[in-house]
Design a protein around this ligand. Structure first.
Ligand SMILES: [Zn+2]
Ligand SMILES: [Zn+2]
Length: 239
């Protein structure tokens, strides 16, 4: 019955590619073959900690030179599904700003797949990066919360939407680069319920990791409140 219903629905509203809008056959992958091939998915081998692909300089399970030097990296593991570039940009931006909330299902599946190391190592809770309430009012939804909801359905971990808040209104990070980004988000987050955070292995969820300043600032606040570890899981990342 469900199958017939799905077929009728596909006839009236055929599934379309999330990126270019072309009608796609009964595939669950969300993108037409052309758009799918343009996306640079991050695959093994990559650094065990930061998730950066090795491009021939290392084998799976190794830690990259950067991570060996950087003792201050607050993240246990960082994982992303694909590279943020001119091809993947439209997919992310339409999801973030143009109400393409249905993309969350497809992107959530990718997130879950790229987070396999995190889930097998053990984690307690998913935390979407919060938006300041003024931005949430304007945008009407938090794209990271939608992603967390999809990932939660698959990994079974609960979502904590309330323990950390963004209490400082910041300028969008795209307006800054390097050090200015770090300064812009300094003091932006506050842990509301330290008891919910203490001893927890937290997975931060966001759409894009650019320099990582926002995720890092949030992680530092969580670790200061007693979190056992913080991982990051983002759909895309700048390499
Ligand atoms: Zn397409
Ligand atoms: Zn690394």
């Amino acid at each position: 019955m469900l199958k017939i219903f799905q077929e009728v629905l596909n006839f009236i509203l055929p599934p379309r590619c999330l990126k270019c809008g072309a009608v796609i056959g009964g595939t669950e992958n969300g993108l037409c073959p052309d758009c799918f091939n343009e996306i640079t998915f991050i695959s093994e081998p990559y650094c065990k900690r930061c998730g950066r692909p090795f491009n021939g300089e290392g084998t799976q399970g190794m830690v990259c030179g950067d991570c060996m030097k950087k003792h201050k990296n607050p993240f246990r593991y960082s994982r992303s599904a694909f590279v943020y570039d001119e091809y993947s940009k439209t997919l992310i931006l339409s999801f973030k700003f143009h109400d393409k909330t249905e993309n969350a299902v497809f992107l959530g599946k990718l997130l879950y797949k790229s987070g396999k190391d995190i889930f097998s190592s053990g984690a307690d809770v998913l935390m979407p990066i919060p938006l300041h309430y003024s931005r949430l009012l304007k945008r009407k939804y938090n794209q990271s919360s939608l992603l967390a909801k999809e990932v939660s359905k698959m990994c079974g971990l609960p979502i904590d939407n309330t323990s950390v808040i963004r209490h400082k209104r910041t300028r969008p990070q795209v307006e800054f680069s390097g050090q200015a980004r770090i300064k812009n988000v300094k003091g932006a987050f506050q842990v509301k319920n330290p008891l919910n955070v203490k001893g927890k292995r937290i997975v931060l969820i966001d759409d894009v990791m650019t320099t990582g300043s926002t995720l890092r600032e949030c992680a530092l606040v969580l670790l200061a409140a007693g979190a056992a570890s913080v991982d990051t899981l983002t759909v895309a990342r700048v390499l």
